[in-house]
Design a protein around this ligand. Structure first.
Ligand code: UTP
Length: 269
């Protein structure tokens, strides 16, 4: 069973400057809830209660968000505004939050490796909160934990993207596909010549040997430690599955995706 979820949230979020100068990208709200709130809800739906967050300098707001805000709570207690805190209180009361800092932004792979002391030697989920995933039925991480429980190997969430956008993603080379499960032969981060149009998005289930692999590999594209390069090694041993999830994914790390997600959620209110 997957009990812990890692949230790499140390990135600079430069595409949202100047807002992200002093506000973590993961705290940008879609309507009234910050991106990270949606990610935590998705993990909770999958039965996960232990949230491990990799933060960095200037990310204090993340820790404060999941803590009690005594003054505010005292002020609005008993008023008509109190119900607005219901959802965040439910999260605070149900989950344990742990934090660790990534001191230098050396890439997603490095951020995941920095999370090792919070995860230990057990399989875990990873959510990139700037990828907002919504589904009317089961959330994406819940769907993926079911795949993990059956196959007991790493699982990456896969989405088809237009060929001219493959250079933005980690792209997999499939060798077999059965329904929505893809057996992966190889994968490449931000390819020039993409082996398919099957892109990895910000949801993973990882087996803990990934930490040793991350320690053993060198920086890849953009001089960053790439999680795709570590998964590639597991894939060469047949230990990674792609999962074409049910649901919609918004790239809230981009302005266009953020606006689309906002409009989508507003219509659902
Ligand atoms: P992005 O590629 O979106 O980078 O990271 P970014 O720095 O957050 O945003 P831009 O490109 O400057 O606008 C994908 C995810 O990996 C995390 C980010 O926080 C985000 O959730 N990340 C990335 C880290 O935690 N550490 C890193 O060194 C890099």
């Amino acid at each position: 069973m997957i009990k812990k979820c890692l949230f790499p949230a140390a990135g600079y979020g430069t595409r949202f400057l100047p807002a992200t100068k002093s506000l973590p990208k993961e705290m940008l709200p879609i309507i009234t809830k910050p991106l990270i709130h949606y990610g935590v809800e998705e993990a909770m739906e999958a039965g996960i209660r232990n949230m491990a967050i990799v933060t960095g300098r200037g990310k204090r707001a993340l820790e404060d968000y999941f803590d009690i805000s005594y003054e505010l709570e005292h002020q609005i207690k008993g008023s008509s505004k109190e119900p607005l805190l219901k959802e965040i209180r439910h999260i605070q009361n149900s989950c344990v939050f742990t934090y660790i800092r990534q001191k230098e932004m050396k890439g997603l792979g490095d951020a995941i490796l920095k999370g090792e002391p919070l995860i230990g030697q057990e399989p875990f989920a990873v959510i990139l909160a700037d990828d907002l995933c919504v589904n009317d039925n089961e959330g994406v991480i819940k769907q993926m934990t079911k795949v993990y429980n059956k196959y007991k190997c790493s699982v990456v969430a896969i989405m088809e993207v237009p060929q001219n956008e493959t250079h933005k993603y980690g792209i997999v080379k499939p060798y077999e596909q059965e329904g929505n499960i893809i057996k992966i032969a190889d994968m490449v981060e931000k390819p020039v010549d993409a082996p398919s149009n099957l892109a990895i998005i910000g949801r993973y289930i990882l087996t803990p040997d990934i930490f040793d692999i991350l320690r053993s590999i060198k920086a890849g594209v953009n001089g960053e430690l790439q999680i795709t390069d570590a998964l590639k090694i597991q894939a060469s041993e047949g230990r990674v599955l792609g999962y074409k999830f049910d649901g919609i994914r918004f790239d809230c790390g981009s302005i266009e995706g953020f606006v689309k997600a906002t409009n989508y959620m507003y219509k659902k209110l």
